[in-house]
Every structure is written in C-alpha cells, then in structure tokens.
Design a protein around this ligand. Structure first.
Ligand code: EPU
Length: 480
C-alpha cells in the first residue's frame, strides 16, 4: 500500500508560489450519473439564429487542471469550469480517490487533495473517461505508484498513448500493462527529468509529460509539443502552484521539476473559454444565415475558423471578447485540412463540414488527425448531402438545402455536426444519441433556445437510441 504525501511537504524548494487555503461555503454536489437514459434532440429546422450566446470554459483545460490540482499540498480553486458530462465524471473519479470536491457556485470548483487515499483508479470510471490518464503521473508524484485503466478508444480512429508511455519511461517510470490497466511506479527518488521528442504533435502527451515533469527531479524538455492555448492555460495553473514551466505555447516546453521534496501549493485559477464551443456557435450562426454575438471568447484562439468562414463568404467581426458572425447569403465551397493548433483544429471539422454540404460548388475536407472522423457524413447523406468519402478526405458537392431526417450521433463532435445540419434543414430532424454532445457542450439546448432555435430534447424510446438505426455503426462513446 503506497504512502501518500503532498508534493514537497517535507521541505520547501524555496519557490514563492502563493499558498491559498481557500475557505468557501458548501456547494451543490455534482454527479456524473446521467441516469443511463439516452435522449434525442428534435430540431425544427430553417430558423435563423439571432442574439447573444456566452461560451463556457475549456473542456481540455478542465480535464487537465482537475487532476493537476492533486499535486498541491492545499486546496485549489478553479473558475470557469464547464458543467459538462466529462467534468462531472472526472469529479466523481476524484471523489472516489478521497479528494474533497466542493462547488461553491456554478462554474467554480474547489479541489482539496489532502484526503487522497488511494492511487488505484477504478477500472469502469477510468475507462469511461479518456483524460483519466492524466492521473498516472500525478498519483505517482503523490504515492510513488499508481494504477489507471488503459483509456478506451472511441469511434474517431485509433487512440494510442504510446508517446505518453515512452516519455514516462524516459523519466524513469516503470510501467506494466495487465488486464487493461497501466501500473506505473517510480523509485523512491521519484521521476527524473529527460529530453523527450514527440513523434506526433499530441495534446494529451504534451500535457501528461508536463505533469510528470513538474514533480520530477531536474530538467525536462518536451520537443515538438502541442502549442494550443489549453496547454498554456494548464501550464499557467501549474506555475501558479509553484511549478517552473517555460515555453508553453511554443513547440518546446522546458520544465525545472520541483523534485520529490519540492513544494506545490494550492492557488486560484480561471480556465480559458472553450474553443470548440466557440467555433461551433460560429458555424451555427453562418449555417442559419443568422446574426449572432458570441461572448466571453478569446478571438485569437479560433482564428483558423474565422478565416475559413470569411473565405466561404460569412462575415466575422471581432470586438474585445466577442465575435459577431453573420451570413446573409449562400456560402461558397472551400478546402479545409485539419492540423494541430494553430492549424484548423480537428474538433472544428465536423460542424464546418455540415455547413459546407450546402455551400455553392465543391468543398474538400482532409482530416489528418482522426481517420474515423468523417463517419457522420453517412448521416448527412440521409439528409440529402452529396459527399464522397475516400481515405480521410471528403469531397462535397454543395446541394441547395438539406431535408430533415432521423440521424444518429456517434460521438461528441459528430453530434454537433448533426445539430448544425438539423438547424439548416427544411423540416424536422431527430438527432439520436444527443447525450454525446453533453460531454463537451454546456447547456446546448438552452443556449440554442436563447438564439431562437426550435429544439426539444426527448427521452429516446426503447430501441431507438444509438445502435438501433439502419446503417448505424456508431460506438457508444465520444471520449474526447
Ligand atoms: N497520437 C499518437 N500517440 C500518442 C498520442 C497521440 O500517435 O501517444 C496521435 C493520435 O492518434 C492522433 C494525434 O496523435 O492522430 C493527436 O492526438 P492527441 O493526443 O492530440 O489527442 P488526445 O489528447 O487524445 C485531445 C482532445 C480531443 C481532440 C484532440 C486533438 C482531450 C480530452 N481530447 O485528444 O478532443 O480531438 O486532442 O488533437 O483533450 C473532442 O473534444 O471531441 C476530442 C476528441
């Protein structure tokens, strides 16, 4: 049985990070239990979206800062946390580890890691949540060893974690994989800094190795890492705790680890706005020939989408932390190739592709990150889209309009794509398995109502959930 310690309680490394033992009132509980019932979204299409909508906090940053808070020796207060199913599931995992979670007000989570009592993450919980792999280096820093199930794949292509494991091994972690679980161990001196080259630019590997490096002894360099703002946001959080990370946002991150006797302390931190949610509302505004102000955003984080929408003929104006998207007429076809940030993000692709099914002329979509991320085009065909899908690319011949149909969401962003299609289509669309979108979009139905969309969520009658539809080959997951 491992012994638990807060990083550095034995001896401060002398860093000057703020120690904030945040005292806050009791908050409402959260639960990842969504009841197991699937839902469908009924959309009465053809209505322009108008008005204002506010974007929630970043899913990627939330799913990394929540486990990162376990590295501190006192509570962390995290603000702008999105109320999405993946976050609720993560909070349940942390509670199961003995961590005290408090939600003093909507969007604010206080994580008190002092009660951490086990470094084994229950198989079913870890398996349902891809980002549970961030717990491996964090629990090893606290307890010297940890067991976390291999994260499950989903239906957007293979989801290897070889780069994470290779980097951990370079840092001295002993790893064995048995019965679907990863068992990691560090010797009593803890992990050691290393120079690590990532063969593929990876969000998860960048953040996971950064988490390991923060608590390791000595210097770590992570080369060819992801440059996204969520990486910067997580690095800022860790630095506020007392970590020494430089270069986040560039392709090389250097970390001076605090070592097993160093100190990381609780802090207060706000998450950045969610880029994928912002991009989805931008597409929805353009797709319905609407006029929508999207508030609480960082326009620079979605620049690739802004430029692509402008290229297609939409108007996108930036004012402070707000974007106004309009599209009075029919858009024209464009070419899109997904790439790591600041390239056109893979998560933006499904909603934009939906919109392009009705753009004049030909559009070409090349998906370079997730080979399975064009499957939802089968569903769009049922709505009248003309799409030829070949080996990670789609060629769309724009049709004048889509027609409402029964379609099935196989994963999170496929769900968003089908909602875009339903909003554009003539008549009634039923998106089965809309629950997938709850993993990454906070209050989507309410936000759409606020913009004038006619949508209604209904419980899926038995036998009509994902998997029941003709030609439906979706998995049950969207483990972003
Ligand atoms: N890859 C490897 N080996 C690894 C890790 C990744 O070959 O060890 C490859 C993947 O196969 C993929 C590419 O690297 O081709 C990029 O994968 P990445 O590691 O960046 O993906 P991830 O960290 O598993 C996160 C998001 C995804 C998002 C990708 C974009 C979270 C929890 N998930 O996944 O979000 O699409 O980055 O790269 O942060 C979503 O929100 O819908 C979603 C799927």
């Amino acid at each position: 049985m491992p012994t638990f310690k807060a990083v550095g309680t034995a001896n401060s490394s002398g860093n000057t990070a703020p120690t904030t033992d945040v005292q806050l009132p009791e908050g409402r509980p959260t639960s990842a239990n969504e009841g197991g019932t699937m839902h469908n979204l009924i959309i009465e299409g053809g209505h322009r979206l108008t008005g204002r909508v506010r974007v929630s906090g970043s899913k990627y940053a939330a799913l990394a800062t929540l486990p990162a808070a376990l590295l501190a020796d006192s509570p962390c207060l995290i603000e702008n946390v999105p109320d999405i199913a993946d976050v609720r599931a993560y909070l349940d995992i942390l509670r199961g580890l003995g961590v005290d979670i408090d939600q003093p007000e909507p969007g604010v989570v206080r994580v008190d890691p002092r009660g951490l009592s086990t470094s084994t993450v229950p198989y079913e919980l870890a398996r349902a949540m891809r980002a549970s792999y961030y717990l491996l280096p964090v629990l090893i820093a606290r307890a010297g060893e940890a067991e976390v199930s291999f994260p499950g794949g989903d239906d957007i292509g293979p989801r290897p974690i070889d780069l994470h494991l290779k980097g951990f091994k370079q840092m001295g972690m002993e790893i064995s994989v048995e019965h679907g679980s990863i068992h990691g161990r560090a010797d009593p001196g803890g992990l050691r800094g290393a120079s690590i080259y990532l063969d593929v630019v990876s969000v998860g590997a960048t953040i996971n190795l950064m988490l390991a490096a923060v608590a390791a002894g000595g210097m770590t360099a992570i080369i060819n890492c992801d440059r996204g703002p969520y990486v910067v946001n997580v690095a800022d959080f860790l630095n506020s705790m007392g970590a020494r990370i430089q270069g986040a946002g560039t392709d090389t991150i250097r970390v001076t680890g605090v070592g097993p006797r160093g100190k990381l302390s609780g802090c207060r931190h706000a998450l950045i706005p969610d880029q994928s949610e912002t991009a989805t509302f931008m597409v929805m505004a353009a797709a319905t020939h609407g006029d929508v102000h999207i508030d609480g955003v960082i326009p620079g984080h979605v620049e690739a989408m802004t430029l692509k929408l402008r290229e297609a003929g939409a108007t996108v104006e930036e004012t402070g932390d707000s974007l106004r998207v309009r599209s009075p007429g029919r858009l024209k076809g464009i070419q899109v190739k997904t790439q790591p940030y600041p390239g056109f993000f893979t998560d933006f692709q499904p909603p934009l592709t939906s919109l392009l099914t009705t753009a004049e002329g030909t559009s070409v979509i090349v998906e370079t990150v997730w080979p399975g991320r064009l499957k939802y085009l089968d569903e769009l065909r049922a709505m009248g889209a003309h799409a030829q899908v070949t080996n990670q690319a789609a060629i769309l011949k724009g049709v004048a309009g889509l027609g409402g149909a029964r379609v099935t969401a196989g994963d999170l962003r496929a769900g968003a794509a089908l909602v875009v299609a339903g909003l554009m289509a003539e008549g009634r669309t039923e998106v089965r398995g809309i629950d997938h979108t709850d993993r990454g979009y906070e209050g989507l139905d309410d936000k759409l109502h606020g913009l004038g969309a006619l949508v209604e969520r209904v419980e899926a009658p038995a036998g009509t959930g994902p998997g029941a539809g003709a030609g439906d080959d979706s998995s049950e997951d969207g483990q972003g």
